[in-house]
Design a protein around this ligand. Structure first.
Ligand code: M6R
Length: 364
């Protein structure tokens, strides 16, 4: 069933272009974003005052990415919380709060409890779910399915990528209805969205290159991921991918926070993966890279094609193709997934079934 791939995780990484296409294509009709299952009129979309996103693990990371887009593009305030915190903190869900529950399995106990809590408080709940007919899909007021297909590996890849794609569509839809994007910008973004699957395919071809690089870090003690803005969100996902399957300690930091503590952990040769895809933040990121490098770090940069300036502050650079600034996470995650995967393979770990973890966390 692995279709010739050594692991489900690798197979599922290669299924990402299709997962993105299957999630996006059915929702674009004559250059308009149509999300029928949303069950919201334009008036209702206009009256949203706040979006509360609740999820766990990678689904939470997809939520964090989308916060930047809902806020930046649609100008709707967003709060993101992990379900295990949300459910016990008596959250304030006023009138006009739309709650999004994101889950691959649709069975995560904390996410399901969060959904019930949100409904109890009278909020409308939209589920972004992969498994059709799962508990979260059944109990949410409305469901927007991600069409990634069955995912077997514990470390999520294609489901995460399809969550991002669904969230892009939702944010663009809201922005359009609320008059925050021009039809030209929407057309341009849709065209970039349609290019993502091909671009992901191209990035997957860097497989061998990333494997060679990963092999240098099989004995690493700590690995850090840094980014700013939306790149901080992808740093969190990159760090989780690595640690859950390789058992190497790793953390993600908002690059500007380094000076407030983390930088003292940098030793000679510590790997710091810096993600910089946001042009307005290049300079700030480069200065953070210089800071860690001066303290002995080996800096791997993941940045946009053309940003060769980064080479003066990095020891190794992986480029991603150009896309809309809100879609870069879909591309930057590919080398990070490959990196985690190959470190895990190189260390002889059980890639698809890492120790102590379950695919779907149905207990608290
Ligand atoms: O099924 P869900 O999307 O609700 O699962 C949430 C997390 O358990 C999940 O994303 C987990 O963090 C993955 N192992 C990450 O790869």
């Amino acid at each position: 069933e692995k279709g010739g791939y050594e692991h489900f995780m690798l197979k599922e990484m290669y299924e990402q272009p299709k997962a993105i296409t299957d999630t996006v294509a059915p929702r674009i009709k004559e250059e308009q974003i149509v999300i029928e299952e949303l069950g919201m009129s334009d008036e209702e979309i206009k009256s949203i005052q706040k979006i509360m996103i609740v999820a766990c693990g990678s689904a939470y990371h997809a939520g964090v990415t989308s916060k930047y887009i809902f806020e930046g593009l649609a100008r709707i305030p967003v709060e993101v919380d992990v379900a295990s915190e949300f459910r016990y903190r008596d959250p304030i869900l006023g009138d006009g709060t739309l709650v999004l529950i994101i889950s691959q399995s649709g069975e995560t106990a904390d996410s399901l409890a969060a959904l019930r809590e949100a409904k109890r408080k009278g909020s409308k709940v939209l589920g972004i779910v992969n498994v059709v007919g799962s508990s979260i899909a059944r109990e949410a007021d409305n469901v927007m399915y991600t069409w990634a297909g069955p995912e077997i590996a514990v470390a999520t890849t294609k489901a995460y990528s399809s969550q991002l794609a669904a969230l892009y569509l939702l944010a663009m839809k809201f922005a359009g209805v609320r008059g925050k994007i021009t039809p030209e910008l929407q057309r341009e973004m849709l065209s970039d969205l349609r290019k993502l699957p091909k671009q992901v395919e191209v990035l997957l071809k860097q497989q061998e290159k990333v494997q060679k690089f990963a092999n240098r870090y099989l004995a690493a003690k700590d690995i850090f991921f840094i980014g700013r803005g939306i790149d901080y969100a992808i740093s969190m996902e990159g760090s989780l991918k690595l640690k859950e399957i390789s058992y190497i300690h790793s953390e993600a930091y908002a690059a500007g926070e380094l000076k407030h503590g983390t930088i003292s952990l940098i030793e000679e040769g510590t790997l710091v993966a810096a993600v910089l895809t946001q042009e307005d933040l290049y300079k700030k990121m480069i200065s953070n890279m210089v800071e860690v490098r001066t303290r002995g770090a080996f800096v791997l940069a993941i940045t946009n094609e053309g940003n060769t300036e980064v080479e003066r502050a990095a020891d190794y650079v992986l480029y991603i193709p150009k896309t809309n600034k809100y879609f870069t996470n879909s591309l930057a995650i590919i080398p990070l997934q490959l990196f985690g995967y190959y470190v895990s393979v190189g260390r002889g770990c059980d890639v698809d079934k890492p120790r102590n973890l379950a695919k779907s966390v149905t207990v608290e």
